[in-house]
Design a protein around this ligand. Structure first.
Ligand SMILES: Cc1ncc(COP(=O)(O)O)c(C=O)c1O
Length: 392
């Protein structure tokens, strides 16, 4: 099919709830994508953070092929080897947490909110979350998401959520009362503009939760699975949550989410309280296991730290040339460059020149490059970006 033929199918048969760019991708390899007409693009925002190993990592592809020939799906009232193995890999690289598997970030957060209520005494039901957070699109997840634009049209949202500015512990303390059962925070806000929660702030949240008998949830849907240069974002601060949620890069391109809870908290999720038909199926778990193995065998955590510093260094150096760069921030391969004006035009210009990046929160150019992106690919991408910025 030509790109136009595919786009026509969408116009006729696919609900238009996304603003789509008129490109039809048919093939991907590493940090490169090809459209239906054979044009090659360099991708610094692969799958909104899902393709953490780039597109179609051979190890992940092979694991999927092998698993597909053995067992695709059995119900969760039986046992499956890949699910047990993946849970072990996560536990041994995190805080010894036990996993519940689902299919997306929003579902993982839904599960985490439900578990927090189960794991605290009756009467505790409220949550504190943070301005500019993003936790997904289900009703509970948008209620946790402190951005009015995601609530519009869906009011009333769930009661019991209140919002504090990020890094303002005093504001959180004011919102907490005896009915508060948990606090949910992204260690680095992604969609909200790549805003880093300070170590002191996270330590303060931990102490507050301990003091008030509340559950601390880290939404690691974007920061998890190596993105920041550690296995999980919480390891950057040394502050351990009671529950963390994962999705995006976990499956190396395949849909899978997880909530990971300290064993004593996890124990409250007893039969009948929560479930997911597809959650933890052998195919998705095999892809996730291969993702973990590739990260380890290819030494990608170190590479992420180094290449992330290199990218941030190059972007920071551009500040002397372009005074409209307000800030460069992030960790590992989660990078934001805040401009003094909207970034949409720059994203469009880069796209026309063959580079995929993202703009979030109107003015923040966001990049979530693959963990295995090479120095050469980064240089090529930043060359395109710099040229685009020269035309601002
Ligand atoms: C931090 C965070 N939480 C939750 C979600 C929702 O994940 P999903 O779209 O898989 O439901 C996202 C998606 O961008 C996210 O960045």
């Amino acid at each position: 099919m030509t790109s136009n033929e595919t786009i026509k199918l969408y116009e006729k048969y696919v609900i238009s709830n996304y603003t789509r760019l008129p490109i039809v991708f048919v093939r991907g390899e590493g940090s490169r994508l090809w459209n239906a007409e054979g044009r090659c693009y360099l991708d610094l925002f692969p799958g909104w953070g899902v393709d953490g190993l780039g597109h179609c990592h051979p190890r992940v592809v092979e694991a999927i092929r092998a698993q597909a020939g053995k067992l695709l799906h059995v119900a969760n009232n039986y046992y499956m080897e890949p699910q047990g193995e993946l849970a072990r890999l996560i536990a041994q690289r995190s805080f010894g947490g036990k996993s519940f598997f689902c299919n997306s970030g929003a579902e993982a957060n839904e599960g985490a909110l439900k578990l927090a209520r189960l794991a605290t005494p009756p009467g505790k039901h409220k949550f504190v979350t943070f301005t500019n957070s993003f936790h997904g699109r289900t009703l509970a997840a948008i209620s946790a998401t402190a951005q009015p634009k995601y609530h519009r049209g869906f009011e009333p949202i769930f009661p019991g959520f209140s919002y504090a500015p990020l890094n303002d512990l005093a504001a959180v303390e004011k919102l907490v009362d005896d009915e508060t059962c948990g606090i949910m925070v992204e260690p680095i806000q992604g969609e909200g503009g790549v805003n880093i929660a300070s170590d002191d702030f996270l330590r303060g949240l931990r102490a507050l939760c301990d003091r008030r008998g509340m559950i601390l949830i880290f939404d690691e849907v974007q920061t998890g699975c190596g993105r920041t240069g550690k296995w999980f974002g919480y390891q950057q601060s040394g502050v351990t949550p009671d529950i963390m949620t994962l999705a995006k890069a976990l499956g190396g391109g395949v849909a899978i989410g997880a909530l990971v809870a300290k064993p004593e908290v996890a124990a409250k999720l007893v039969p009948g309280t929560h479930a997911s038909t597809f959650g933890g199926n052998p195919l998705a778990c095999a892809a996730a296991i291969a993702t973990f193995q590739a990260i380890e065998e290819e030494g990608l955590l170190d590479h992420v730290t180094q290449i992330g510093e290199y990218i941030q260094g190059r972007l920071t150096a551009l500040r002397s040339k372009f005074d409209f760069i307000r800030d460069v921030r992030g960790k590992g391969v989660m990078i934001g460059m805040e401009l003094a004006h909207p970034g949409a035009k720059l994203v469009e210009r880069c796209l026309a020149a063959g580079l995929l990046i993202n703009c979030t929160h109107d003015t923040v150019i966001r990049m979530l490059p693959a963990m295995n992106i090479t120095r050469g690919e980064v240089d090529e991408a930043l060359g395109i970006l710099e040229k685009g910025m020269g035309e601002e």
